[in-house]
Design a protein around this ligand. Structure first.
Ligand SMILES: Cc1cc2nc3c(=O)[nH]c(=O)nc-3n(C[C@H](O)[C@H](O)[C@H](O)COP(=O)(O)OP(=O)(O)OC[C@H]3O[C@@H](n4cnc5c(N)ncnc54)[C@H](O)[C@@H]3O)c2cc1C
Ligand SMILES: NC(=O)c1ccc[n+]([C@@H]2O[C@H](COP(=O)([O-])OP(=O)(O)OC[C@H]3O[C@@H](n4cnc5c(N)ncnc54)[C@H](O)[C@@H]3O)[C@@H](O)[C@H]2O)c1
Length: 473
């Protein structure tokens, strides 16, 4: 069969989200993926899954070290081969239901090979042309390569190669300060590498509010990871030395055994020959409208290739919008206002809704609550009283009314789980009252959101209201 209802190019998180959903709705879907082993894309093979499996192992290692304070003594060093084996087993476990045969069994078309456009509704793979009523581009993004003099003599890794690194480096130089850099820096530090992070920006995790990223920086520094902020890597004078330059132009040398490059992502769709389908591009990126449609009305995009938010769950919100736009005359636009993400360091950093910078840029009035976990019972017993919650509320007379939760962040060991109620309230406009009135079993960690709101409420009750209450009583 060569004619389909939908062709999806790329079988990563984006391609699978839209491809599987359309297949389940009864449409004839063809999934095209470059290589059989690449099904599942970056997330399964070289991104979320291996990094989170590594983080799981290194958390266990760290917990074992912390247990020494209570008389337990863990001996030996982490076995890097066993760690990599664990990572691969986890990938293979998920691959058992994310592979070509599995999808073919479900009734989907799967073709392995590199696709390119041949016409407005056709693509070719290895000389065979396939047509469809609509085509979705889900070809992802690639790591930006470090281009400095001397890099050719250096053994450097990025997320595509780091999880199969042959030996654990004694000294790891990490270039970049985004989520990949911080998650992997901590993991390698916990495995036993001496890690130095060289970050061009003012702080780490630049998408976060500065206070949020500062708290994480403080925790990671306390653990022993070295940070060089506002610092550029100028060149590699030898295979094991880097020249760094700080903001004031001072240069220094840093010795290392291996380099991890995590300086962001790039998109280049020129290999798809989009011009053959009348799809316009700008600097290798697709020109998309707010409906995720290219300049060819039959061709759409999803996932990293849209250049929006590089997360595995981004397509989970984009896919239903595409399906609506395929089927309904009432077209939906993408709207990332209620988006959320988690950086899986220890402590985790979880953020939802609009950041403080976005609120200010968009001229949205807000009230800020900062709640330190100093007296939170769960934080006390589990020893994370350094944790913090930031909340941005729409201004209003009282928390009893439906004041909106516009956004916020949590830094704590289980921040990603703790923030789920806040995401729900933000997504469905439930208002702060929903969190304040919910009964949280004592002492779940997420109870802290309610405590922060109650604390704010206490501060907001005016003296005159208290006087009236006393009289009524
Ligand atoms: C180290 C790391 C950790 C991460 N951790 C997280 C996390 O914890 N949580 C999270 O939400 N996100 C995480 N991400 C981001 C997440 O992995 C990506 O946002 C997501 O995988 C993007 O999915 P995608 O389908 O858009 O692209 P990809 O996964 O890159 O898939 C694109 C697919 O298209 C194929 N392809 C490309 N061109 C063609 C062609 N011409 N023909 C056929 N096939 C083609 C590719 O082979 C690839 O398989 C992480 C990323 C990295 C690098
Ligand atoms: N937990 C998660 O959800 C998770 C984890 C990992 C990655 N991701 C996704 O993957 C994307 C890519 O991550 P990333 O960390 O590569 O990129 P990023 O774009 O988020 O961060 C790159 C950082 O590198 C710095 N940088 C750029 N060039 C530099 C240079 N030459 N020298 C020093 N520093 C330099 C930038 O200032 C920036 O802070 C993220 O945006 C994120 O969406 C998500």
């Amino acid at each position: 069969m060569t004619a389909f209802d939908l062709i999806v190019i790329g079988a990563g998180s984006g391609g699978l989200s839209i491809g599987l959903s359309m297949h389940e709705l009864g449409f004839r879907v063809l999934l095209i993926e470059k290589e059989e082993q690449a099904i599942g894309g970056e997330c399964l093979n070289t991104g979320c899954v291996p990094s989170k499996a590594l983080i799981h192992v290194t958390r266990l290692i760290q917990e074992a070290r912390r247990a020494e304070a209570f008389g337990m003594h863990a001996s030996g060093k982490p076995d890097f081969e066993r760690v990599k084996q664990y990572i691969n087993e986890r990938i293979e476990h998920i691959r058992s239901h994310e592979n070509a045969d599995y999808f073919r069994h479900q009734g989907m078309g799967v073709v392995i090979g590199t696709a390119h456009f041949t016409g407005p509704n056709s693509v070719a793979v290895s000389g065979q042309v396939y047509t469809a009523k609509r085509i979705v581009i889900a070809t992802g993004s690639q790591p930006i390569e470090l281009q400095v003099p001397g890099v050719e003599q250096v053994k450097w890794y990025d997320n595509r190669t780091i999880f199969s690194m042959p030996t654990l480096p004694a000294r790891l130089l990490v270039v970049g300060g985004g989520p990949i850099a911080v998650e992997l820096s901590q993991a390698f530090h916990r495995l036993g590498s001496q890690v130095t992070v060289v970050q061009a920006g003012d702080g780490i995790l630049e998408k976060e509010s500065p206070e949020v990223s500062r708290l994480l920086l403080e925790r990671l520094s306390l653990e022993g990871i070295a940070f060089r902020l506002q610092t550029k890597l100028i060149n590699f004078p030898s295979a094991h030395t880097a020249t760094l330059e700080n903001k004031s132009g001072q240069q220094s040398q840093l010795d290392f055994d291996a380099v991890l490059v995590a300086i962001g992502r790039q998109i280049d769709v020129t290999g798809l020959q989009p011009e053959a389908a009348g799809i316009q591009t700008e600097s290798g990126r697709l020109k998309l409208d707010a409906h995720l449609r290219t300049t060819n009305p039959r061709v759409y995009a999803i996932g990293d290739v849209t250049g929006q938010l590089y997360f595995s769950h981004t397509p989970e919100m984009q896919a239903p919008i595409l399906i609506n736009n395929f089927l309904s005359p009432f077209k939906q636009k993408v709207d990332y206002r209620n988006f959320s993400w988690v950086t899986f360091t220890d402590p985790e950093v979880a953020t939802f809704g609009l950041t403080e910078a976005q609120l200010q840029q968009q001229g949205i009035r807000y009230e800020k609550i900062v709640y330190a976990f100093t007296e939170d019972d769960r934080a006390v017993v589990d020893d994370y009283t350094y944790g913090k919650l930031w909340l941005y509320l729409s201004p209003g007379r009282s928390l009893l009314s439906k004041r909106k939760l516009l956004g916020g962040s949590v830094v704590a060991p289980q921040a990603g789980e703790m923030i789920q109620d806040l995401i729900m309230a933000n997504t469905f406009d439930l208002g702060a009252g929903a969190i304040r009135q919910k009964i949280y079993p004592y002492p779940v960690a997420s109870r802290v959101s309610k405590m922060a709101l109650l604390d704010q409420l206490k501060r907001e009750i005016p003296a005159w209201a208290k006087a009236i209450l006393r009289r009524l009583y």
